[in-house]
Design a protein around this ligand. Sequence first.
Ligand SMILES: Nc1ncnc2c1ncn2[C@@H]1O[C@H](COP(=O)(O)OP(=O)(O)O)[C@@H](O)[C@H]1O
Ligand SMILES: [Mg+2]
Length: 261
Amino acid sequence: MTYTIAVVNQKGGVGKTTSSVNLAAGLAGKKYKVLLIDFDPQGHSSEHLSVKPNPNKTALEALTKSEELEACTYPSYIPNLWVLPSNLRLGQYNQNTPVGRQFNLKEVLAEKKSEYDFIIIDCQPSLSLLTLNALVACNKVLLPVQAEFLALDGLSQLIVTLKEIQSKLQPNLSVLGILLTMYDRRNKLSFEVRSELEKNFKEDIFSTAIPRNVKLAEAPSFGKTIFDYAPTSPGAQAYFDLSDEVVKKLDLKKRRKAKAK
Ligand SMILES: Nc1ncnc2c1ncn2[C@@H]1O[C@H](COP(=O)(O)OP(=O)(O)O)[C@@H](O)[C@H]1O
Ligand SMILES: [Mg+2]
């Protein structure tokens, strides 16, 4: 079975791209076959992995079916990790998509899903048509939340949107976890954000929190994941732990389901 995980938060700068890239790399390091979909026209996750695509063979062409998915998928420098890259043109999908073709991604992935163990979708910072496509195509969502003032603002709206999609378009959708990012254990605010989240979403919060770590901010400009740029950094350790936790969480759920049968 393929787990398709959309990394979503309508706020920018909360760690979606950093988490998508490093979780994808962490899972690939565990020998899972992973496809990372860059679903933000800013193309940051493609850049983060030094993928240099043909500008006319990207996520937009795969999504509009003017090219086959394979033709738009590129190997990254990491074994087991492939990338469906984006560029600014992907933004056209939000504006120029005819009715009836709104939720193409699900269909595009359906044929090829079995080739991958994980598909990770790095979403853009808005609840756009692209992001809705990702939510309809995925079966799990990972919600990065920055441990800062007003972090929870918007999360409730996001949860309402998820529930609507779940009831109308994608009954299999569920929250894989809420991930605290840029977490500073010495900072009272980080602690308060965590406590507040726990009041509302206790089971859904990953026990791994991603610390604020400058190495994570430096790695993209070297075109490397944190595991290659700074393998002994706290950031690398955190994303390693997160990959472990994701695998365990999914396994657990599988086992629980099997038991119930
Ligand atoms: N844990 C972290 N510690 C320090 N800097 C981080 C961390 N996570 C992300 N960043 C930096 O913060 C900025 C926003 O992160 P990014 O992953 O691009 O967010 P998003 O994709 O949600 O917009 C980037 O410059 C990134 O390098
Ligand atoms: Mg991003």
